[in-house]
Design a protein around this ligand. Structure first.
Ligand SMILES: *[C@@H]1O[C@H](CO)[C@@H](O)[C@H](O)[C@H]1NC(C)=O
Ligand SMILES: *[C@@H]1O[C@H](CO)[C@@H](O)[C@H](O)[C@H]1NC(C)=O
Length: 341
């Protein structure tokens, strides 16, 4: 009975991941590795290829009844033989990240709502450096806060980045990509800008990258630098079009494996709670900030709304949401009114 209850909870998504609860039970398998094991079995590989075809068809138009049921059968057969394909996770910023995420989502075929709020990333190895970094940056009683008055912390963070070769070089790369106009136009290449921003955030050690993103400010000069860090004019603002609807933006994001993953990571790690000291359901501000940073360089790039506060928002609104207005507000408020973030 115990076992069935556990399975029931597991499959209904109440228990997000066994590894989070029992980290010592099973090391998390990487999806690329899980797929490698599968591909040594011709039957498994054939089922996986079949699922890929299903996913391609599903991305063009919703599957017909017949095809959908065939696809679900393939999925069942695959997961029955290789359950590790369902339990696998990916690593942020790894060379094989995109391939890994592709596998992660292919075996889910038509992810349900709960699945879109479970992070595909493995955070079982969150390091203590991250925790101490967060506490130094955000504890009001911490010594760095006491020295804050008058000093431009964002300028200091930018200087620190410049002094560390890798940080300085990758920052120059994204600033260049995000400010260079497409020939014969005044517009930037947002695709290249996003790619360069993600590279910066994935490759630079977090003490530098999170330092420039989350530097604390007490004046608008500092706040202006902080707001401009990710080059808003290219990374999300579009001078020629109005703000999109947040739900449209979200459904656009969910058609892309990487954006869908980063959003799922954010929804999973930044859920607010009144019951924890951090204000986060998962009780880790670090995981939430990392997930927030992961959205930068996707079409759902959030940023500070002004130079005189630390309030952040997506660049979208809820106009025209119709009967999904509440759902839209809920998404928006995860950025604007979130005790965890
Ligand atoms: C840009 O404009 C110049 C002159 O106006 C023209 O010769 C060139 O072919 C244009 N380049 C592109 C990529 O359209
Ligand atoms: C802060 O933002 C306001 C409004 O956008 C702007 O007018 C002002 O110049 C900014 N302050 C600084 C120091 O850049």
């Amino acid at each position: 009975i115990y076992c069935s209850i556990f399975q029931l909870l597991f499959f209904s998504g109440v228990i997000l991941s066994t590894s989070q609860i029992f980290p010592f039970l099973a090391p998390v398998t990487d999806c690329v590795e899980a797929h490698r094991v599968c591909s040594t079995d011709p039957q498994c590989e054939a089922l996986y290829r079949g699922l890929e075809l299903c996913a391609v068809d599903a991305s063009v138009a919703p599957l017909g009844e017949q095809e959908a049921s065939e696809c679900l059968e393939r999925q069942d057969a695959l997961l029955a033989k290789h359950p590790s394909l369902l339990a696998c996770k990916c690593q942020r910023g790894f060379r094989k990240e995109e391939r890994c995420l592709r596998i992660y989502w292919r075996v889910r075929l038509l992810p349900g709502r709960e699945e879109l709020e479970i992070s595909p990333y493995d955070d079982s190895m969150i390091d203590s450096r991250m925790a101490s970094l967060v506490s130094v940056m955000f504890t009001p009683a911490g010594s760095s806060f006491m020295q804050l008055d008058g000093e431009n912390q964002c300028l200091k963070a930018a200087q620190d980045c410049g002094l560390y070769e890798k940080c300085g070089a990758l920052r120059s790369d994204y600033v260049f990509s995000c400010t260079k106009p497409i020939p014969n136009t005044s517009r930037c290449n947002q695709y290249k800008c996003h790619r360069a921003l993600r590279r910066f955030l994935e490759r630079v050690p977090e003490e530098y990258s999170l330092g420039v993103l989350f530097c604390p400010c007490t004046n608008t000069l500092c706040g202006e630098r902080r707001r401009k860090t990710i080059v808003p004019s290219c990374s999300y603002q579009d001078a020629e079009s109005l703000q999109p609807n947040c739900l449209h933006q979200q459904s656009f994001c969910r058609r892309d494996d990487l954006c869908r993953s980063r959003l799922a990571d954010f929804l999973s790690n930044c859920q607010p709670s009144h019951l924890t000291a951090s204000g986060c359901l998962k009780d880790s501000t670090g995981l939430c900030l990392r997930a927030y940073a992961g959205l930068i360089g996707t079409i759902m790039t959030p940023n500070y709304i002004s130079n005189n506060s630390a309030d952040v928002s997506l660049w979208c609104n809820c106009e025209g949401s119709g009967n999904q207005w509440q759902e839209c507000l809920r998404l928006q408020r995860l950025f604007t009114h979130n005790s965890c973030l």
